[in-house]
Write a protein of this length. Structure first.
Length: 128
């Protein structure tokens, strides 16, 4: 069954540079997204570890200080997860946009999980 695309937006009170570091480096991602993140020097393949279980994703698109798009190993080519930094043109707020694909019926659970992850991100950035 085809997964459903979701997009979540959060206002983050931090600099775009510090937020980009949190979404693009193993050190930054291990602060809030996974227990451990590994990437070989010069590689576009990230290994994410949760509770001792690892899952690999490769960077399929990125733009410095703007976004990172990953695709899980063995996933449909049209499915990905993306972290995007957008500056609201009216308020100048930094908006953190997460795009993900979830199984039908799992949207609420996925949103709750992302909400918890973003709270951890905000704490790691001192942005609460």
């Amino acid at each position: 069954m085809k997964k459903e695309k979701i997009q979540l937006e959060y206002i983050i009170k931090a600099s775009t540079k510090s937020l980009y570091t949190s979404i693009s480096t193993p050190e930054g991602l291990s602060e809030w997204f996974a227990d451990e993140v590994n990437v070989e020097q010069g590689s576009q393949e990230f290994e994410f570890v949760w509770n001792g279980e690892s899952q690999k994703a490769r960077v399929i698109l990125q733009k410095a200080l703007s976004f990172m798009r990953f695709q899980w190993e063995d996933e449909d080519e049209a499915e990905y997860f993306e972290f995007r930094i957008v500056i609201d043109p009216l308020t100048n707020d930094i908006v953190f946009v997460i795009t993900d694909f979830v199984e039908p019926g799992e949207k609420d659970d996925a949103e709750q999980l992302w909400n918890l992850q973003v709270e951890t991100l905000k704490k790691s950035l001192g942005a609460n």
